[in-house]
Design a protein around this ligand. Sequence first.
Ligand SMILES: *Cc1c(COP(=O)(O)O)cnc(C)c1O
Length: 233
Amino acid sequence: MTARADELAANLATVRDRMARACGEASRDPGEVDLIVVTKFFPASDVRVLADLGVTDVGENRHQEAEAKAAECADLGLRWHFIGGLQSNKAAAVARYADVVESVDRVKLVAGLDRGAAERGRDVEVLVQVSLDGPGAEHRAGVDPAALLDLVEVVVGADHLVLRGLMAVAPVGVDPADAFARLAAMRADVLTRAPEATWLSAGMSGDLEQAVQAGATHVRVGSAVLGSRPQVK
Ligand SMILES: *Cc1c(COP(=O)(O)O)cnc(C)c1O
């Protein structure tokens, strides 16, 4: 193995161990929590190494980078999760390569995603991203919880989208355990409307334990596997 492959293998083992321990502490079956490795800013060569190491799901947050990497790695059979802010004029393009779009936070994105999925001839899985910022906090990505069920209705009504559940990022300066507990309560609400929308994508390098405790089914881990991202822009 190359030095980079050794490094990624060791980091991956540490993350998988953290996930297994967190499941143990939460009395959950480790098979209930999937790892999405967030490869943004890192080259397709790293994605290839990760696939060799058994990674099946990767996450990207910028359209152009994601599109190029997904094309370069098309032979690997990975599931591509789009987890970044989405412009409505790019939604159709994202649906042409993403298997799961986790960052659907407004009604305006749905028609484009649905059209992209139809053109590709394959349904796209969708998570609705909710904001866990408290009232009055600076607006960040994610639908306001008050508007969540309306957005859920629109996604459920789209022909080529399959609503799988919710995604969120714990806000800076807030106890992630509290934030993820609120997210879990929102999922319970959504399940009354869309019983198959069981996924909860929550938890990153710094807070995956709290997310597993709150019921996450997917954690999105970047820096703990790949190292620090280059500080650009
Ligand atoms: C970058 C990113 C992650 C991964 O963050 P790390 O702290 O590097 O693990 C997870 N989720 C989203 C939405 C991201 O943009």
